[in-house]
Design a protein around this ligand. Structure first.
Ligand SMILES: *Cc1c(COP(=O)(O)O)cnc(C)c1O
Ligand SMILES: *[C@@H]1O[C@H](CO)[C@@H](O)[C@H](O)[C@H]1NC(C)=O
Length: 292
């Protein structure tokens, strides 16, 4: 059996692939924009599944879900989209043609940084197969976690609206700022898949990645100068969260290995919460002043 994986979260992707290989599955990794690469992999192999995040972590790359689904379906390949960064409100992957969509409910769906959960949706046939396997493997949500998810979801549309709006406005402010080198956000015309994102998303979500002008220590100084966000690796909650991948999610890799994945020392992943836009803007601007 062949499995085809696409993820820019290559570090974790590699881990997943290692596990797949140990269970006699094979995987090919391609760049999110590489439709030719996808086509040739589909032609060369009997591919059972195409898997990708869209947008991806941490550079918010977007995959043309409609195009990729048509291509995969013509070869009998299933398409699974991890839509965690988009939320189910901003992107309807199933309507765009995907067979399965999964979300980390830990993030926007739960929305309060206080519960771990996930969900997968698709046709009854596919979900029944997954459910049967899930019953064997375990991993059942406890009643209190389920309650927190139900409670959190009541405000999902309000939180996402605010997070969409704050993130887009701040992405524009950051892109124009002299202490910021580069901003990664699908809502910006500078993003490589901006046109795709505009077509398949109604909002671009609450996470913005950017590189400040400076080295590892300068970036640490910037993060420490922020007063509103928590320093943590998650995202999607009411409270803003700031992450410096080089010393957090990718801390165990050397600088050379990190740069293979494009993770520079000055990269920041910022998850905008539901705080007032003016307060967040003032906080980020004052922190950027400290590295001027
Ligand atoms: C966090 C995350 C996951 C894993 O979710 P958990 O709920 O933390 O296990 C999967 N996919 C994406 C895109 C994520 O950001
Ligand atoms: C997300 O925000 C954008 C911009 O404010 C808005 O156009 C869109 O409707 C929002 N989507 C949701 C689901 O709130």
């Amino acid at each position: 059996m062949f499995i085809f994986i696409q993820s820019s979260m290559l570090k974790f992707g590699s881990f997943l692939i290692a596990n797949l290989l140990s269970s006699n599955m094979q995987a090919t990794v391609i760049d999110p924009a590489d439709v030719d690469g996808l086509e040739s992999a589909l032609n060369k192999n009997k591919v059972s599944l195409f898997f990708t995040e869209s947008p991806t972590n941490p550079f918010l790359r977007c995959v043309d879900i409609e195009k990729v689904s048509k291509l995969c379906h013509s070869k009998g390949t299933l398409v699974c989209i991890d839509g965690t960064f988009a939320t189910p409100l901003n992107q309807k992957a199933l309507s765009l043609g995907a067979d399965l969509v999964l979300h980390s409910a830990t993030k926007f769906i739960g929305g309060h940084n206080d519960v771990l959960a996930g969900c997968i949706s698709g046709s009854e046939k596919l979900v029944t197969e997954i459910r049967t396997l899930h019953h064997i493997l375990g991993g059942t949500l406890n009643p209190n976690a389920a309650y927190l998810i139900i409670r959190g979801m009541k405000t999902l549309h309000l939180r996402v609206q605010q997070q969409n709006s704050t993130a887009l406005r701040m992405a524009e402010v950051l892109e124009a700022h002299p202490r910021v080198k580069r901003v990664y956000y699908p809502g910006l015309p500078s993003h490589p898949e901006h046109e795709i994102a505009k077509r398949q998303m109604t909002g671009f979500g609450g996470v913005v990645s950017f590189e400040v002008d400076g080295d590892l220590m300068t970036t640490i100084k910037f993060v420490d100068a922020l007063k509103i966000p928590y320093i943590a690796p998650s995202f999607g909650g009411c409270e803003s969260i700031v992450d410096q991948p080089a010393i957090m999610s990718y801390w165990d890799l050397s600088q050379a290995e990190r740069s293979k994945y494009g993770i520079l020392d000055n990269l920041i992943r910022f998850s905008f919460g539901v705080e007032d836009f003016k307060d967040l803007k003032a906080d980020i601007l004052q922190a950027l002043e400290t590295i001027a």
